[in-house]
Structures are given as C-alpha cells and as structure tokens.
Design a protein around this ligand. Sequence first.
Ligand code: LRY
Length: 232
Amino acid sequence: MKRSLIKKLQNGCIVSCQALEHEPLFGSDIMSAMAVAAEKGGAAAIRANTPKDVASIKQRCSLPVIGLYKKNYPDSQIYITPTMREVEELAAAGADLIALDATDQHRPGGQDFSALLEQIRSTFPDIPIVADVSTYEEGVRAMELKVDVVSTTMSGYTPYSTQMEGPDIELVERLAGLSDVPVLAEGRIWTVDDMIRCFEAGAYGVVVGTAITRPQEITRRFVRAIHKRVNN
Ligand SMILES: CC(=O)N[C@H](C=O)[C@@H](O)[C@H](O)[C@H](O)COP(=O)(O)O
C-alpha cells in the first residue's frame, strides 16, 4: 500500500497549498479550492499544512495529501510536525503521507528524530513518512533510518544549510540515487525550467508551493522586476 502511494508521486508535480494565519488566502475553504485547481491542472499530489486544511482538502479533492503541521514549541527550533501529537492529528484528518522535520536542530523535549520515527511506525505502519531535510548529511541519516521519502524542503531554512535564491539542485543531485529512497525536490522552485533541472538532477517528484499558491509573492516578483527596470 505504501509503495503504490509513493509511486503516485513519481514524475509528479506536487502542489503545496499553504497559507498561514497572517496570509491573505488563509482558510481551509480557500486552500481546498486551491487543491481542486491543482488537481484540475494535473497535479500528482497536494502538500498541506494543519489537520483542518488536510481534512477539508480530502473532502473535495481525490489526490493523495502529504500532511504537515507547523507548530512552534518554546524549547525547539523545528516547526514542521514536531511531535507525535501533530502526527496523530494529521492521521486523524486523513493525511495519506506525513511530512516532518528531519533536520539536526533541537526537537521538543530533546526527543531524537529516530525515536519519533519509531513511535510513528508502530502506531501508523501504513502511513509513509516524508523527511524534510536541509543538508546532504541529514538526507543520508534519514535514508539510513529508512524513511519512505526524503524532501529538500529545509535547505536554506536552517542556519547551517546553503542559502540560495533558487532550488538546491546540488542537494537533489547528491541525494538522488544514493539509495532506493525517493528524493523530492522542494523549495523555491519558481519556474518550469527550475522544475526540469530538478528532474534532470534525479528528483523523483517536485513540490511547488509559492510559485503556484501564494499570489502575494507572485505579484511581488512582477513588481520587483518593474522597479528594477525603472530604476536602471
Ligand atoms: C521552509 C518551509 O517551511 N517550507 C514549507 C513546507 O511545507 C512551505 O512553506 C513551502 O511553501 C513549501 O516547502 C514549498 O516550497 P516553495 O513555497 O518555496 O515552493
């Protein structure tokens, strides 16, 4: 079952439909409409934040959903599905796969990533785990721990990872083909060309978020280009 689900991501464009509370499109109705639009456009899957959005998307859209739950804990730097509590809520909401932070940063209560994995596996053996990593070493460790999928989500978002404007294609290339664990390219994929380069680097699938589902950021790019032109 896990296998056939993961297979659906192969060569797919996974659309991340996320809006935080301070963003103009915040709300499960809007995010589920985004997911339906992505499905109509041929997306392979949806990536969504919070159990509420996941549940709402699952009602209206037939694609597999990679669920995550962004939450801040006072004693931790990580925020993507930090503990078993968020995993349980995502599973109850119907998430088909669950994404979680697999970086080396301090976790709530000092928990080890491998301990959380164990807990998830024993409670939800049929839900594939997507490990969100920021570096090669984190990707290798996640593969050694036999996660189901690795995604380059966190590259550029930990203080010690490579900071760049576009996608971290080098990281995709280094991780892809290291093992039989599929590697998703994720983060700052802005153009079709970016996406193709990720596939050429060996990505199993790509996750595109902001470039499709955050209109305020899309607008900002157009406006910036005008400013640049006017000021030159
Ligand atoms: C770093 C972090 O918290 N990333 C989040 C992970 O779920 C989302 O905010 C991103 O939108 C998603 O990864 C897709 O990336 P992009 O929006 O750049 O296409």
